[in-house]
Design a binder for this molecule. Structure first.
Ligand SMILES: Cc1ncc(COP(=O)(O)O)c(C=O)c1O
Length: 457
């Protein structure tokens, strides 16, 4: 149950058409093969801006405006590359106090923070049923600030003072919609409060908004269909920062804003294209484009960004999302959930946010039965050896150095992106068989605990 998209769902023909279109047009092809402008190819920025505006535009969230514009965007080499780039531009490993990571967290981000000098400074912020425990976050930020004050951290140590650049005191990293791994979605109220907290502490909120487009109704009974899923159901943190309490241009603000949206084509086209975008205030987006590696090498992924442009302007990508990805993932998700209800819930496994109307992303997060003496490491190891099925144990998603305070040894992550429906159901049955065996062994009374062995065949 690996966390990759299955190649069967890649839009290969549309990509081939896009590559042909880009390379056979003499103007496009010479620009595509040249060093790209620092913020990215202008037609790509325009196409991304139009597409994002269409998707994130006003739902019913009073007072919020959603139009993206070119000045707010910088084309990137994907969310991972861009995270590294943003850290090199906007942090100083001495002055920036901590990286606050909403946990359980996307574990491959840890190394990116370490590479930027933040080993030992990463701190976990637990999720709650609204997506993030804000009381915890505020309290810890306050403590960290007091400590920094006592230590006299009043200016960046390793970063030069540059015009049109800044160093934030804190970074807060999260996946607000369909999180990896927990699949939780942060409520509107918590999103709004997160932005206010970030402003109070000179923090940059980095939101990996990489799963937003992969959404579908949680269940038929919700009365919604995929046709209702062509618009985002919640605004991004950067959309909120743009407008609340005077917006990011309010009096006294420095114009860099306190939230950015780190977007990617990896989950909706293919990871190999290595193209993404970041949206923030115009000053912020310009700053990202001035990262040293971009000034030297030009916009990352310049060639493939011309392919993405064609996918957007031709309508091929919206069509692919609506007619291939959303239905395919919705079906896989429904099969997986039915299997979980049948084979794991009766054993005591539980799911977060069970009453959501809109679900999505790639993952399902499960809590092991309450009171079990065994943990996720044991379950995952035995699933592998006894049933040849891979599940990710919760410990993998603990923030290094903070795993004791915010721990997930009682959770597992399942992914429905890689396997087909039949394998997903089969995989869940196998997990159920292992879990039932462990439970019975622990009870010292194998096979007589009253579970229905037939349901695990
Ligand atoms: C939350 C999150 N951020 C970033 C990435 C990687 O994105 P990209 O391929 O754009 O670098 C992933 C991929 O799994 C992810 O889950």
């Amino acid at each position: 149950m690996r966390g990759w998209p299955n190649p069967a769902l890649f839009p290969k023909q549309a990509l081939q058409d896009a590559a042909n279109a880009a390379l056979s047009d003499p103007t496009t092809s010479s620009e595509a093969l040249e060093y790209g402008p620092d913020p990215g190819w202008e037609p790509c920025r325009k196409a991304v801006a139009n597409w994002l505006t269409e998707f994130y535009r006003p739902a019913d969230h009073e007072g919020e405006s959603y139009s993206s514009d070119v000045a707010r965007l910088c084309i990137t080499g994907g969310a991972s590359q861009n995270l590294g780039c943003m850290l090199s531009v906007y942090t100083d490993p001495e002055y920036t106090r901590n990286i606050w990571i909403v946990a359980p967290a996307y574990f491959l981000a840890f190394r990116i923070f370490e590479d930027a000098g933040f080993a030992g400074k990463m701190r976990a912020v637990p999720e709650d049923e609204d997506g993030v425990d804000l009381t915890y976050l505020r309290r810890e930020l306050e403590e960290s600030e007091q400590k920094a004050k006592a230590e006299g951290k009043d200016r960046p140590r390793y970063k030069l003072a540059r015009r049109r650049a800044k160093v934030y005191k804190h970074i807060i990293y999260c996946v607000p919609t369909f999180a990896n791994p927990s699949s939780r979605t942060m409520s509107l109220q918590h999103r709004t409060e997160m932005v206010r907290i970030a402003r109070d502490y000179d923090a940059l909120l980095v939101a990996d908004d990489v799963y937003d487009f992969l959404q579908w109704p949680a269940a038929e009974r919700s009365g919604r269909s995929l046709d209702d899923m062509e618009r985002a159901h919640l605004p991004r943190l950067t959309d909120i920062d743009r407008v609340i309490d005077g917006g990011s241009d309010r009096n006294g603000a420095d114009g860099f804003g306190n939230a950015c949206s780190n977007g990617s084509f990896s989950k909706i086209v293919a990871p190999g294209v290595r193209v993404g975008w970041v949206e923030g205030t115009p000053k912020f987006a310009y700053g990202v484009s001035q990262c040293g590696t971009t000034r030297s090498g030009g916009a990352p992924s310049q060639l493939t960004s011309t392919y993405m442009t064609h996918l957007l302007t031709s309508g091929a990508l919206p069509k692919h999302i609506r007619h291939t990805l959303q239905p395919a993932y919705a079906r896989r998700y429904a099969s997986l959930m039915r299997a979980i209800e049948t084979h794991l819930v009766p054993l005591g496994f539980t799911l977060p946010q069970p009453n959501r109307e809109v679900v999505g992303g790639y993952f399902v997060w499960l809590a092991l039965p309450e009171g079990s003496k065994w943990n996720a490491d044991k379950l995952a190891a035995r699933c592998r050896t006894e049933e040849n099925v891979i599940v990710a144990p919760g410990g993998l998603f603990e923030v290094p150095g903070d795993g004791e305070r915010v721990s997930f040894e009682g959770h597992i992550r399942l992914c429905f992106a890689w396997e087909d429906e039949r394998s997903l159901v089969d995989g869940v049955k196998r997990v159920g068989r292992v879990a039932a065996r462990i439970r019975d062994e622990d009870a010292g009374d194998q096979g007589s605990q009253g579970f229905d062995a037939d349901s695990f065949k």
